[in-house]
Design a protein around this ligand. Structure first.
Ligand SMILES: [Zn+2]
Length: 248
């Protein structure tokens, strides 16, 4: 799971959405009205496309799911489910792009809360997942660091076998891609370098690439990348870090 930067929504869409929220707040059964409005044909035509296209631009890689990072994000997910808080049905900060597996089969209306009533699930558009989730690169599995990390792994099935396999592949595939980017950059072929940068970041499970860059600098990195000194050197190379990560 990667932290997502939320983009602004056009004012016209925000105005329409505020109107619908007002409508829901005055309804005798807000949950029912919220569901009705969300499925309304005009609403689907006026609001859903702009939500979907803005979320797609924010999503990691090639419009990947903001939760699992692997499948295409096809659904507009209400982070806080409509059933629990109908007044957030048209709240832009409650919308995330999810694959149908994460949205409809795994998360559904689940929204576990901590004892103090705060949400346990990580919203990657407002929470940094890093303090809650550690990605074990060799295993391809997430390890929880907090209760929130544990609930997030469980609800979204973040260690389902196909994701674990994909992450292991990305871990193997990434070092040669970094090498190709560096070669193109050093030759001054910026078009080719930009292509390789896209290949690096548009992989499914791009969370692996981010974790590799992060873990290359932590104490004990030599143990994490044992027998992979060339990979570690690439990940620590300031030219690569500046060019691909925007920081060294
Ligand atoms: Zn997903």
């Amino acid at each position: 799971m990667i932290r997502i930067k939320r983009a602004p929504l056009p004012r016209a869409a925000l105005t329409l959405m505020a109107g619908h929220t007002g409508d829901i707040s005055q309804a005798s059964v807000p949950k029912q009205r919220a569901k009705q409005l969300w499925k309304n044909t005009t609403v689907r035509r006026q609001i859903h496309p702009v939500l979907r296209s803005t979320l797609a631009k924010m999503a990691p890689g090639l419009e990947r799911c903001m939760y699992c990072g692997d499948n295409q994000g096809t659904d507009i997910d209400h982070f806080e489910p409509v059933r629990i808080n109908p007044l957030r049905t048209f709240d832009w900060h409650n919308h995330l792009l999810a694959c149908s597996l994460c949205n409809s089969h795994l998360k559904r209306d689940l929204f576990p809360l901590a004892k103090d009533g705060s949400p346990l699930l990580i919203d990657p558009s407002s929470d940094d997942p890093a303090p809650h989730l550690h990605l074990s690169l060799a295993a391809g599995e997430y390890v929880h660091l907090t209760d929130r990390g544990e609930a997030t792994i469980k609800v979204f099935g973040l260690n389902r076998s196909i994701l674990v396999r994909g992450r292991r592949r990305a871990y193997r595939a990434t070092p040669p891609l970094l090498d190709r980017w560096l070669n193109a950059f050093e030759k001054g072929d910026m078009e080719d370098a930009a292509d390789w940068a896209s290949v690096v970041w548009e992989q499914p499970t791009a969370d692996v690439v981010l974790a590799m860059f992060h873990q290359a600098l932590v104490p004990g990195a030599e143990d994490i990348f044992a027998d992979e000194s060339e990979t570690l050197a690439l990940l620590r190379d300031p030219v690569i870090r500046t060019g691909l990560l925007g920081t060294c």
